[in-house]
Design a protein around this ligand. Structure first.
Ligand code: F6P
Length: 254
């Protein structure tokens, strides 16, 4: 019965808010580990949230890469506020396939929403020297300024080992993540079960400490397999809103 389901979901959302210590949780039915439409539903839920979080006309939306945020992009449709919005990638290259890169997702979002966008062209796996010289480039400084003044950040959370493998990280990095018991990844940072940072990918863009200056932070992550990762991430860097699915929610509340 529909009413009972609505009621149960609301109760589960409240339980999860308490357990994770975050103000707002939205749960869509299903488990995205099993069905891809569940990720699309998270995308849809995130889009209506974004619209609610846009207050002024000058919205800057910073987005990360990954399939969850790509699903958010797919669900965007033009809207008067979104047309005024500027989309930027939250961070530079993190070693994702083109369709899952922040730059690509950012451009797709702007196209779908008929808004505008700026890209951040920095290669993956920067050496210290390359990083130091790139960060002083005028064009990089300009976009960095926009990124840091984002009004909304929309980001994914991944399982540490999965993400390191997806990025073709070196054996040394993989071993280090194992040794330090990394379980979660977000924004190029890897975290252990307590939410401590154990490794970081060197790239330009939003740093974790910048998050506290951003009015709205929306995390999108679902699937029972991400339960531990979501929990670990939320320990030290709680976001304002989590969009997740029943699969992850049930596993976290077990
Ligand atoms: O690589 C970008 C990123 O947002 C990571 O920070 C995160 O761990 C991952 O993508 C999530 O990807 P997915 O939504 O495909 O699980």
């Amino acid at each position: 019965d529909v009413m009972k389901e609505v009621f149960d979901t609301r109760a589960m959302e409240e339980d999860l808010q308490k357990k994770l210590g975050i103000p707002e949780v939205h749960i869509v039915p299903g488990n995205s580990d099993e069905y891809s439409w569940v990720q699309q539903e998270m995308g849809r839920a995130c889009v209506s949230l974004i619209k609610r979080k846009m207050i002024s006309k000058e919205n800057i939306l910073a987005v990360t890469g990954g399939t969850s945020i790509a699903a958010v992009a797919e669900m965007l449709v033009p809207d008067s506020d979104l047309k005024e919005a500027l989309f930027v990638p939250a961070r530079g290259g993190l070693g994702e396939q083109v369709e899952n890169q922040a730059n690509t997702i950012c451009a797709t979002m702007a196209r779908k929403a008929m808004g505008s966008y700026r890209l951040l062209h920095v290669p993956d796996q920067l050496s210290k020297e390359a990083y130091e010289s790139l960060i002083n480039e005028d064009s990089v400084q300009q976009i960095l300024k926009l990124i840091k003044s984002a009004t909304i950040v929309i980001h994914g959370i991944g399982e540490a080992q999965t993400m390191a493998e997806r990025r073709n990280s070196s054996d040394e990095v993989l071993r280090n993540l194992k040794d330090t018991k990394a379980v979660a990844e977000a924004f190029g940072y890897y975290f252990n079960e307590s939410g401590d940072i154990v490794h970081k990918v060197l790239t330009i863009g939003l740093q974790l400490e910048d998050l506290k200056n951003i009015p709205h932070v929306i995390s999108v992550a679902g699937g029972a397999s991400k339960a531990q990762s979501i929990q670990a991430y939320m320990k030290q860097c709680p976001s304002e809103v989590l969009v997740t699915d029943e699969g992850a929610a049930k596993e976290i509340l077990k």
